[in-house]
Design a protein around this ligand. Structure first.
Ligand code: AHM
Ligand code: MG
Length: 329
């Protein structure tokens, strides 16, 4: 703790590391590398209208989605930061077809999956976007194979996101609560601003793309109808859907509510990816006393079968998720 009462992310990470006798500093280094890449992306995003990084790159990624120039830029920043840091053996990214193994780092202890810039179609219209990451401690040494990434979310060593919004924030958990750090861009430092975040058990916000309503299964349609019910002439819920998972999740985490991206008739598995979107958000939610599900089981219990696998996703306040499941099932 500094005399002016600011706890920086670096102080915080060091302090946590010091509390673990077995800590080698590798893990702290990875978090610092992620924070560094986040600061570089923050800088680009904040001048995106002025530079040449707005708009589509002309490339379609492995998800058959149009890649934005900033998607690619963010991907490179994260890969470089983690490669230079030297504590990661391999990464999986939304923007890369296959995992990427770092040469000479076959014996590094960690692997990281990330979505470098989620919600990037929102960049051109000045709406918040985010980076999402998931860290696993390896169970073996040697060149990483794809199956090392196919572990249940409950085995994650850490998970987090960076939201590039009205301010830039890094939120993460190592399985011991959730803490949020706001970037003071004048000094380029993430400072602890939201210690020990807890999702309200109840909440009045529901976040779902209602443009898809007719494509959802009946249970989801019933839940939407439930959210629209009124009592004594007053609404029971308010609808909020930005179309940027990180921003929708972050708001619901602080205010209480539920986010749902269900399967649709044309895409039964939904849109969001298990490894680097749903798993990290689910870990954060559960560490903040919230809950997550794919409609049947906890997200953290799903056995992944592919690195870019999609799953239906419900996440948020504990009672909201429970109620939604009781209506849907
Ligand atoms: P992306 O990874 O290609 O940016 O897509 C994920 C985003 C999420 O942030 C958001 O929740 C969702 O797509 C919105 O999708 P839709 O436009 O179908 O509602
Ligand atoms: Mg994404």
């Amino acid at each position: 703790m500094r005399s002016n009462n600011i706890t920086t992310l670096t102080d915080f990470i060091l302090e946590k590391g010091n509390n673990h006798a077995e800590a080698t500093g590798d893990f702290s280094r990875i978090l610092n590398d992620i924070a560094l890449a986040g600061k570089i992306i923050h800088r680009e995003i904040n001048s995106a209208g002025l530079g040449e990084l707005l708009g589509a790159s002309g490339v379609t990624n492995v998800q058959e989605e149009e890649q934005q120039k900033l998607d690619d830029y963010a991907d490179i920043q994260f890969i470089n930061a983690l490669k230079m840091g030297g504590k990661v053996a391999a990464i999986a990214s939304e923007e890369q077809d296959d995992i990427l193994c770092f040469e000479g780092k076959e014996d590094a202890k960690y692997i990281v999956a990330f979505d470098p810039l989620d919600g990037s179609s929102n960049i051109d219209v000045n709406i918040p976007v985010g980076t999402i990451f998931s860290i696993f401690k390896r169970e073996r040494k040697g060149k990483v194979t794809q199956d090392e990434f196919l572990r249940k979310g409950k085995d994650q060593a850490a998970a987090g996101y960076i939201i590039y919004g009205s301010s830039t924030m890094l939120v993460y958990t190592t399985g011991n609560g959730v803490n949020g750090f706001t970037l003071d861009s004048t000094i380029g430092v993430f400072c602890l601003s939201h210690p020990n975040i807890k999702i309200p058990v109840e909440g009045g916000i529901y976040s779902i793309n209602e443009g898809n309503t007719e494509l959802y299964e009946e249970g989801i349609q019933r839940y939407i109808a439930y959210c629209k019910e009124t009592t004594n002439g007053k609404r029971t819920h308010t609808g909020r859907f930005i179309g940027s998972l990180v921003a929708d999740f972050h708001r619901n985490m602080l205010k209480g509510g539920i986010f749902i991206y269900p399967g649709t008739t044309d895409k039964p598995e939904g849109k969001l990816r298990l490894l680097y979107e749903c798993n990290p958000m689910a870990m954060i939610a559960e560490q903040a006393y919230g809950s997550s599900s794919d409609g049947k089981i906890s997200i953290l219990e799903i056995q992944p079968e592919a690195i870019h696998q999609r799953v239906p996703f419900l996440v948020g306040s504990k009672n909201k998720v429970e109620k939604a499941l009781s209506i849907i099932q």
